[in-house]
Design a protein around this ligand. Structure first.
Ligand code: SAH
Length: 451
């Protein structure tokens, strides 16, 4: 077993989803951040636990061929891009391995793995940013939280965000400082401006500016609305979101439209979609469209089937399948997202889609009692995966196919395993990169009912 402060030479053989390299020292897995597969380095052991240890690099003896120069000034500081030190090719290989490993090792499953779908654009691809605001040296600043902390690293130009975001952010922060509006203080739950939240439709270019405040600031923000709307013609909506709680959840329940529309619109898989500030909307539109196309390929509906879209958000996946289905039934827990989904169906003249608000498992159980019996179920849960209740009701409803989409391969593999123990074979898995340069990866899974 390695010992604390011991220094050993070792080769990095894998990367974890947290962007840490892994090597083996005295038979034990040691996690070493900021390394690349193929690096030979002198590793100093900093912490030893029961079955693994943590180390840091003392010296790189032989750098990996995957390494590249990176030019981001806040790399390592902001906690966003964990994989900026390796080539994008190497990143796709790593992410493919992470997906494979989850299904084979965690799930004990052996599906066919389709070719990983990497992105063409690895910069400026995001359509959403949420910048926390804090006071540093008497001035309001915004940026991103440093890894595993609530200390703000000032960032005014993030390589993943649309270029215009840094300009808008500058205008907003200048205004806040000029008017001496106070930045929120998390520890004491005092101050007012908590977050600057920006969204931009990738296809439409429409921008929403949402200022998250601890208490109503509509009067103090009215001049800002005039400045922003005059300066940026793409801004279509300015919202104040009130979050008075002492919490690290960013958004509160109450949204007040200060200027323009309540929502912005964008185009997703050919459908016009309206998005309100509280609705989930995939942050990388181009790659999300590829993900949904893969989900459609897996679902392969024949036009006469009922498709359930559980965890449906603003309805984007179900609506993209509507013309190939007899009926779409969507379930989502956030009321504003359900409202968006209903309107999105209406605006795109989709009359065969119904949306329900509530917990996916509970609502679907009720729908089943009332005779809803989908042939295909699409599930797209948050990172923690499906609840046991949802898995249970899905398995009991016995659709021919289940298509699972997930931003967390580990919970997707766990859920797929549960379904494989309940009458399903896990046929295919495909990794899709929606989050280039970060440690995150999305996957889509096809399961079919065993004969
Ligand atoms: N399918 C959508 C949204 C996926 S994100 C899209 O591709 O855009 C996951 C969604 O699950 C979010 O919209 C979230 O609000 C919703 N959600 C979280 N917990 C839920 C639950 N218990 N029941 C139903 N929906 C839930």
């Amino acid at each position: 077993m390695p010992e604390k402060n011991q220094v050993c030479t070792a080769e990095i053989t894998a990367l974890t989803s947290e962007g840490s390299g892994v090597c083996r020292i005295d038979g034990m897995a040691v996690f070493v951040p900021e390394t690349a597969v193929g690096d030979v380095c002198e590793v100093k052991i900093v912490k030893v636990l029961k079955s693994y240890a943590y180390g840091i690099v003392e010296k790189i003896v032989k750098p990996s061929d995957d390494r590249i120069e990176n030019s981001c000034p806040v790399y390592k500081k902001c906690g966003g891009c964990l994989l900026r030190h390796i080539s994008y090719d190497a990143e796709c290989r790593t992410k493919n391995d992470i997906v494979r490993d989850a299904f084979q090792r965690i799930g004990g499953l052996s599906p066919k793995f389709d070719s990983f779908i990497g992105a063409e654009d690895t910069e400026h691809y995001r359509n959403k940013a949420q910048y926390p605001v804090a006071e540093i040296d008497g001035k309001a600043v915004c940026g991103f939280f440093a890894p595993r902390s609530h200390r703000i690293v000032p960032v005014d130009d993030c390589a993943l965000q649309p270029k215009i975001f840094s300009d808008i952010l500058g205008t907003v922060m200048d205004y806040i400082n000029e008017k001496k509006l106070s930045a929120y203080n998390e520890a004491s739950n005092t101050g007012t401006i908590r977050h600057i939240y920006l969204r931009r439709g990738a296809h439409s270019g429409e921008i929403m500016v949402c200022i998250v405040v601890r208490k109503d600031m509509s009067r103090q923000l009215s001049a800002l609305c005039r400045i922003l709307s005059e300066k940026y013609s793409d801004i279509k909506s300015i919202i104040m979101n009130i979050n008075s709680q002492k919490t690290n959840v960013i958004l509160g329940d109450k949204c007040v439209t200060l200027w323009g529309n309540d929502t912005i619109s964008d185009v997703m898989c050919g459908n016009t979609v309206e998005i309100s500030p509280l609705s989930f909307y995939q942050v990388n539109t181009v790659q999300a469209e590829r993900l949904y196309a893969k989900a459609l390929e897996y679902a392969a509906p024949d036009g006469n089937e009922v498709i359930a879209d559980l965890y449906c958000g603003a309805g984007t996946i179900g609506l993209s399948m509507a013309e190939n289905a007899k009926k779409i039934v969507g379930v989502e827990i956030i009321p504003q997202a359900v409202e968006n989904a209903k309107k999105n169906a209406e605006h795109n003249n989709i009359s065969n889609a119904d949306f329900y608000c509530g917990d996916a498992g509970k609502v679907f159980r009720e729908l089943r009692k009332n005779g809803c019996s989908p042939n295909i179920i699409v599930v797209d849960p948050p990172r923690k995966g499906c609840s046991a209740e949802t898995i249970d009701v899905i398995a009991n409803s016995a659709p021919q196919k289940i298509v699972m989409i997930s931003c967390n391969p580990a919970t997707a593999a766990r859920d797929a395993k549960m379904l494989s123990d309940n009458g399903y074979s896990v046929d295919k898995v495909c990794g899709v990169d929606l989050f280039p340069r970060t440690g995150h990866v999305e996957c889509v899974v096809l399961m079919s009912r065993k004969k």
